[in-house]
Write a protein that binds this ligand. Structure first.
Ligand code: ZN
Ligand code: ZN
Ligand code: ZN
Length: 332
């Protein structure tokens, strides 16, 4: 840090320079077509093209494949103003190769929103309406956009965004509320423009993404039975630190020399799981169980059966937990 201190002026100057046109302020030709008029657009945060400035037509063309970039427009008054590709006239075609246009496009809802790692985008989107077109949900999924609804989707979250949130949630305890607020601030931090509130849809999508990811990692895609063929406990992960015969134990572990056998004992411990109350939901209609008994918890019906027989027990939840432990034990 001491070595950096004398360079602070340089860093400050360069940071301010990035907010202006930089070298592009010295010439007024489009970086692509060479035109000299209306060369006032660039990609915000230099996400592409290195901050080079372009005319409107070339900016739209450059972003046919990158519809989730933010664009800035030089106002002529010494600063850039934010604009969007939708305002500039970009329409993004789903269901076709990038750059090609469907002959029978089906415009999506005018408030179509895509939630991405760099903010919340309102886009003008066309679904493919050709004879052999796929369902709308398949068209969005093939663009790596996860739709919040299966009929006429109006909100999607990109898969990189879902992956980023799931990791932030797991490693940094970032809640969906805080993550969405961050994306809203990235979209517009001065709050002069209303950012679409699709937080409820986002939480719904996250839940679906987690569930489908579990099924993917459980290999259900490559089994004829598909999702519905998943058996009890199949999606639970075996603990890699636990001893497993034929995997991480020597072949003669059963006949280990006296004094060495303790290495292969199975140790089981119980701990209170206070977060198990997170599984309490208002009702199945509002918050249905997605993989009943497929992971670390027993099936709900079996759990309720035990509860019925244990009405007089002091700690009712404890029975469910112990049942889960037994289930885990069997899996391991
Ligand atoms: Zn141009
Ligand atoms: Zn860009
Ligand atoms: Zn088409």
């Amino acid at each position: 840090m001491q070595a950096w201190l004398p360079h602070r002026n340089l860093y400050l100057d360069e940071l301010v320079r990035l907010e202006g046109r930089g070298a592009h302020g010295h010439y007024h030709r489009c970086g692509k077509c060479g035109t000299g008029t209306g060369v006032v657009y660039r990609c915000r945060g230099q996400e592409c093209q290195g901050g080079q400035m372009f005319c409107k037509a070339c900016t739209i063309q450059n972003h046919q494949y990158q519809p989730l970039h933010w664009i800035e427009e030089w106002t002529g008054h010494g600063y850039f103003a934010r604009t969007t590709l939708r305002e500039m006239g970009l329409r993004f075609q789903l269901g076709h190769a990038p750059g090609s246009i469907c002959k029978i496009p089906r415009p999506a809802n005018k408030n179509f929103v895509v939630i991405h790692t760099n903010g919340i985008h309102q886009l003008a989107v066309d679904f493919c309406g050709c004879d052999s077109s796929l369902a709308y949900t398949q068209q969005t999924l093939r663009a790596a956009w996860w739709p919040a609804t299966t009929v006429d989707p109006q909100t999607c979250a990109t898969i990189p965004c879902l992956r980023q949130f799931v990791l932030l949630n797991a490693l940094g305890n970032v809640s969906a509320y805080d993550y969405y607020r961050t994306l809203a601030a990235l979209t517009n931090n001065d709050r002069c423009v209303k950012v679409m509130d699709r937080r409820h849809s986002f939480t719904l999508v996250v839940k679906q993404y987690r569930h489908i990811s579990m099924l993917k990692r459980g290999g259900r895609c490559h089994d004829d039975g598909g999702v519905n063929g998943t058996s009890d406990g199949e999606l639970a992960l075996a603990c890699p630190a636990c001893p497993h015969p034929d995997i991480n134990l020597p072949p003669d572990w059963r006949t280990a020399a006296q004094g060495q056998a303790f290495k292969y004992w199975l140790f089981l411990a119980e701990d209170a799981n206070f977060r198990i109350c997170n599984r309490l939901v208002s009702n199945d209609e509002k918050d249905p169980v997605l993989g009943d008994g497929w992971g670390y918890m027993v099936k709900k019906d079996r759990y309720h059966e035990v509860l019925k027989k244990s009405i007089d027990a002091d700690e009712v939840r404890g029975f469910g937990y112990q049942l889960s432990i037994r289930r885990l034990t069997r899996i391991c």
